[in-house]
Design a protein around this ligand. Structure first.
Ligand code: UD1
Length: 421
């Protein structure tokens, strides 16, 4: 099993090109199921989760061709089966996103209940509630959810009980081919939802209001092929900014979009970072200073993203002062705390949603174990700061969501090697 060996204590310094967004690429790839025409997706990140989605599409009978620039051409003329098996869905919760498009186009879909990161209970009740509102009959049996709408779906008003990114995406994809208009209320406003809506519109859908809490979808009878380029990964961007700040370093990140990171940039500025932005770049400079401790509380977009909580907590662990980190989106999203404490940090869990951090000046190497995708990168950040050689085990979690991590960190001057012993 691969591990990362990190010789810490160096400031990150350099420039990087940010990859396409995993959380946009996954729903967009599932949405290709909505048409029988070829669809070309550019700027797809080379990640394990993307490979899992491509494998899932392949298993459903979709033709997928990937060129050397990672443009993915997908054609789903006929499907072999309308069942997404447990083996593929269990490793990645986003696999559940094939349900909406299959149901919309074929009137039927069967998908295993999802797995994914071990970050608390992550039900799919809101996805199912949305499909039912559009007229689907839902049954759950032997770990599989079956949705049927033999005469097609019908547009309706859908009010989500809570803000869910995947739920919003799945219902949007189901509604684009429904008969009539769907109004989706209390929708998630994440930029990845905007990217999905724009992609659907490039295929001929009529989606409006994506990026606000009310999305309107006028159903159409069919969608066509198109070429689309996935948005930049705001989470990867924020992660490298935080890593640079924790090491008192300096980075310039390109092919990204600073307007999507306002909550994170604001917190980093409070931590003492000097940040400049342009149309598609962000530069952060700590001028060699230790960051100051900064409170954060995770919220749906445009609030501080839960997917950057762990990384920011790692930075806070080596900051000047004390602060609180509050997680409001997921239960059990503090598994990194005890690992970071193994390096000598002083983080106390007050309850399942709040950590109290007393910043320490120095961390010291120790063997660590990655637990989930974003938490894993927080261990890397802590290891980059720690004096000595830290071995981070189980980095398959990182490969799910960060492209060529050791190459990117090396570009910033880090001493990181992938080892497989
Ligand atoms: C997506 C992101 C993930 C991010 C999360 C929150 C992808 C592929 N993944 O995950 O990186 O951390 O948004 O920004 O885009 N919930 C329910 N019922 C449902 C659906 C969700 O109770 O039917 C709850 C979840 O348990 C969780 C909260 O709602 O507590 C938010 O989950 P959701 O926004 O759906 O996250 P994902 O779409 O799975």
């Amino acid at each position: 099993m691969d591990k990362l060996l990190i010789n810490g204590g160096r400031r990150l310094d350099g420039r990087l090109r940010i990859s396409g967004a995993k959380n946009a690429a996954l729903p967009i790839l599932s949405a290709t199921l909505l048409t029988d025409q070829p669809v070309v997706i550019a700027n797809t990140p080379h990640l394990h989760d993307v490979t899992t989605m491509i494998e899932l599409l392949g298993c459903l009978g979709v033709d997928v061709v990937i060129d050397e620039k990672l443009k993915v051409e997908v054609t789903s003329r006929k499907l072999k089966q309308l069942r997404a098996p447990y083996d593929l869905v269990k490793t990645m919760r986003a696999s559940f996103l094939v349900m909406g498009p299959m149901l919309a186009r074929f009137g039927e879909a069967e998908v295993s209940l999802p797995g994914g990161c071990a970050i608390g209970s992550r039900p799919v009740d809101q996805h199912l509630k949305g499909f039912a509102a559009l007229g689907a009959e839902i049954t759950v049996e032997n770990g599989y959810v079956r949705a049927q709408a033999p005469n097609g779906l019908t547009g309706a008003e859908v009010i989500m009980d809570l803000v869910t990114v995947g739920g919003t995406e799945n219902v949007m994809m189901a509604a684009v081919l429904a008969d009539g208009k769907t109004v989706l209320k209390n929708a998630a406003r994440e930029p990845e939802i905007i990217d999905l809506g724009n992609f659907l519109n490039s295929m001929g859908a009529q989606v409006s209001g994506h990026g606000t809490e009310t999305i309107e979808i006028e159903g159409v009878t069919e969608l066509r092929g198109c070429e689309y380029s996935v948005m930049a990964d705001r989470i990867e961007t924020g992660t490298y900014l935080i890593a640079a700040a924790a090491t008192r370093g300096h980075v310039r990140l390109e092919h990204t979009d600073p307007t999507l990171l306002e909550a994170v940039l604001e917190r980093l500025r409070v931590a003492g970072a000097d940040i400049e932005t342009g149309e598609n770049w962000i530069e952060l400079d700590m001028h060699g200073e230790r960051p100051r401790a900064v409170d954060i509380e995770t919220q749906p977009y445009p609030g501080f993203p839960t997917d950057m909580q762990a990384q920011f907590l790692a930075m806070n662990a080596v900051s000047v002062g004390e602060c609180r980190v509050t997680e409001t989106i997921f239960e059990n999203r503090f598994m990194h705390v005890q690992e970071i404490n193994r390096l000598g940090a002083d983080i106390e869990l007050i309850n399942h949603s709040t950590a109290h951090v007393r910043g320490v000046e120095q961390l010291h190497a120790a063997p660590l174990m990655a637990t989930d995708l974003r938490a894993s990168f927080s261990l890397v950040i802590a290891a980059l700061v720690a004096e000595g050689r830290t071995l981070v085990d189980r980095i398959y979690h990182i490969d799910r969501g960060y492209e060529t991590i050791e190459e990117k960190l090396a570009l910033l001057g880090a001493d990181v090697q992938r080892v497989s012993r």
